[in-house]
Design a protein around this ligand. Structure first.
Ligand SMILES: NC(=O)c1ccc[n+]([C@@H]2O[C@H](COP(=O)([O-])OP(=O)(O)OC[C@H]3O[C@@H](n4cnc5c(N)ncnc54)[C@H](OP(=O)(O)O)[C@@H]3O)[C@@H](O)[C@H]2O)c1
Length: 287
């Protein structure tokens, strides 16, 4: 067992979650498409995460599609009371695995029902509206219409809390005028720090910031500084990268993704790592 309590907790909607969570995207097949190469191993990763105290899972019905949600249900249903499952809507997958915007009222409503069915839930804890004005990075565009649809589904009781993903500061401001926003999920890590100012602003307002690609995603972080710090501390570079995020701001919630129980255990070990001010400023130099 890892003591992930040391990562502390943070408010996510009306609940509190441990700051070290787990992102399920890597459990689908290659390219986040189709079934996993090793289904038993995917189920084992999910069970191991929860057995070690993880109570925040990130997923989407467009991973696979449907695959990761079905794995979560098979591995963990009926869910522990304290488990918070965060999903996202706003995209669909083409037959070739491509990522296609799905922002019409019908597509957004269908996506909520798909998530409910595949996760085996009556209401979703948190749903992120994943913006697709640019698939790869935040790009301006009004979110009033799609967020209005999600807010209506919340009023119907199908969604408890709403978050935003792949968004600009202006879209967050627009969104907060429409409904309560409990979290923001954008690309951020030791080497990709476009959201530095945004994270501090959200912290001031008590909104969770959940970096995707915390380990670099499809291009894992590589840096001689990171490697040197890790070897000096007797830990791995990935553990240092996660510990740096935990130190960066108290409103950061981690959802590192992995399809490996060994990597999962390594990542959970980051909760116990304390970085000195000198080490933090050395790591800050990477960006
Ligand atoms: N909102 C969005 O648009 C968006 C986009 C992307 C992701 N997400 C969410 O964010 C979560 C995290 O992002 P991510 O999974 O894409 O990227 P990530 O956590 O930055 O990195 C995952 C990659 O790192 C590898 N890895 C994990 N732990 C490792 C370790 N200890 N040592 C070496 N390699 C390790 C994984 O391979 P192995 O499987 O071999 O461990 C995988 O290739 C996702 O699972 C998903 O839930 C959201």
């Amino acid at each position: 067992m890892f003591n992930i309590e040391k990562s502390a907790t943070y408010k996510l909607g009306d609940r509190s979650v441990k700051r070290l969570g787990y992102g399920a995207m890597q459990l689908a097949g290659p390219g986040v498409f189709g079934p996993p190469n090793d289904r038993d191993s995917a189920l084992a990763v999910l069970r191991e995460a929860v057995a070690n105290g993880v109570n925040h899972l990130d997923t989407s019905d467009f991973y696979g599609p449907h695959v990761t949600n079905q794995l979560i249900r098979e591995a963990l249903h009926p869910y522990l009371e304290e488990l918070v499952i965060v999903t996202k809507i706003g995209a669909r997958r083409g037959a070739d695995g491509s990522w296609i915007p799905a922002f019409s009222p019908q597509e957004l409503t269908q996506a909520v029902h798909d998530n409910l069915r595949n996760l085996g839930l009556d209401a979703l804890d948190v749903v992120n509206l994943r913006c697709m004005f640019d698939v790869h990075q935040p790009a301006e565009g009004s979110i009033e219409a799609p967020l209005g649809v999600l807010a209506e589904l919340q009023r119907q009781g199908l969604v408890r809390h709403i978050g935003l993903s792949n968004v600009t500061a202006a879209q967050i401001e627009e969104g907060r005028g429409i409904c309560d926003i409990v979290c923001v999920q954008n690309h951020y890590n030791l080497a990709h720090r476009d959201d530095d100012a945004l994270i501090d602003e959200l912290a001031d307002d008590g909104i969770a910031y959940v970096p995707f690609f915390p380990l670099g995603g499809f291009s894992p972080l590589q840096s001689s500084t990171l490697s040197n710090v890790a070897s000096r501390l007797g830990v791995t570079p990935m553990q240092v990268a996660l510990a740096w995020l935990l130190h960066r701001s108290p409103n950061i919630l981690l959802i590192p993704g992995t399809s490996s129980v060994t990597h999962l255990r390594e990542n959970l070990g980051a909760a116990q790592l304390t970085l000195s001010p000198e080490t933090l400023s050395e790591l800050d130099g990477i960006a």
